[in-house]
Design a protein around this ligand. Structure first.
Ligand code: CA
Length: 238
C-alpha cells in the first residue's frame, strides 16, 4: 500500500506543485485548501503524514494541529512563513514533528518527509512492542528520581503522574536516560532524535531540551537535565 500524504495549503499553485512532486516520488496525495476541510479529512481518513500550512482560511494550521493532536498518531510537518519563530515553537509544542520555512527547496521538503515517516514507523513499532509479554517489561524501563520512562509503553511518569511528551521529546529523554552520566553532544542527540539524514539546524536540540525542562524540571521543581557548556547535555545518576 502506498504512503498517503495530506497537503494542506491554500495557495493553489504551491499546493499543486507540492502535489506533483509528491506523486512523482510515488506518494498518494490528497489536498485541502481550508483549515476546516483539512481537519475533517484528517480525522475521517487515514494519512501517513500531513503537510500543514499555518496561514489558512477557516481554521489556522496551529488550531488544526491542536484539535488533531490529542490522539493523532499521524506526523505533521508545518509549513511556516519566514521569521515566524513563535509559530514554529508553538507548532512543535502542539505536536508537529517538524517544520519547514517557505520558500523551501523541494529536495529539503522531501528529505523532511522521509525522516518524519521513518520516525513515525518507529513510534508504531513501539506501540506494537507495548502489547508484548508483561514479564519482559523491566528491560525497557529507565528511572531518575521519581521519573520513570517506559520504552515499551511509550510513557513517562513522575511519581506516578503521567507526563505527556511528543515523540521527539520522548526519544530525546530516552536517549539521555539510557546514557546516564554520559555527556551527549547536540550532534549525537540530533542524530538519535531526528535521524542521520536530518537537514535542519542543530538548535532544534535546544528547543526540545527546553520543552522537556518546561514539562518536567519546571513542572515538578527538579533539576534532571544538566547543560555542559560547549559540549551538550547529560542526566547524572541520582
Ligand atoms: Ca497560506
Amino acid at each position: 500500500m502506498s504512503t498517503r500524504i495530506l497537503v494542506v495549503e491554500d495557495e493553489e499553485k504551491l499546493a499543486r506543485f507540492i502535489e506533483l512532486e509528491l506523486i512523482h516520488e510515488g506518494y498518494d496525495v490528497d489536498k485541502a485548501g481550508d483549515g476546516r476541510v483539512a481537519l475533517d479529512k484528517a480525522t475521517q481518513e487515514n494519512f501517513d503524514l500531513i503537510l500543514l500550512d499555518i496561514m489558512l482560511p477557516g481554521l489556522n494550521g496551529l488550531e488544526v494541529l491542536r484539535r488533531l493532536s490529542k490522539d493523532n498518531p499521524t506526523p505533521v510537518i508545518l509549513l511556516t512563513a519566514r521569521d515566524a519563530v513563535m509559530d514554529k515553537v508553538a507548532g512543535l509544542d502542539a505536536g508537529a514533528v517538524d517544520y519547514i520555512t517557505k520558500p523551501f527547496a523541494i529536495e529539503e521538503l522531501l528529505a523532511r518527509i522521509r525522516v518524519a515517516l521513518k520516525l513515525h514507523g518507529r513510534q508504531l513499532n513501539a506501540n506494537i512492542a507495548a502489547q508484548g509479554p508483561a514479564d519482559s517489561r523491566e528491560e525497557g524501563i529507565y528511572t531518575w528520581n521519581g521519573v520513570v520512562l517506559d520504552e515499551k509503553k511509550h510513557k513517562v511518569t513522575y511519581n506516578g503522574q503521567e507526563i505527556p511528551l511528543t515523540n521527539r521529546e520522548f526519544l530525546m529523554l530516552e536517549t539521555l536516560l539510557s546514557n546516564k552520566d554520559i555527556v551527549l553532544s547536540r550532534d549525537t542527540l540530533l542524530e538519535k532524535v531526528c535521524g542521520y539524514d536530518y537537514v535542519g539546524e542543530t538548535n532544534v536540540v535546544d528547543v526540545y531540551i527546553r520543552f522537556l525542562r518546561t514539562k518536567i524540571d519546571e513542572t515538578f521543581g527538579i533539576k534532571m537535565i544538566q547543560t555542559v557548556r560547549g559540549v551538550g547535555y547529560v542526566i547524572k545518576s541520582e
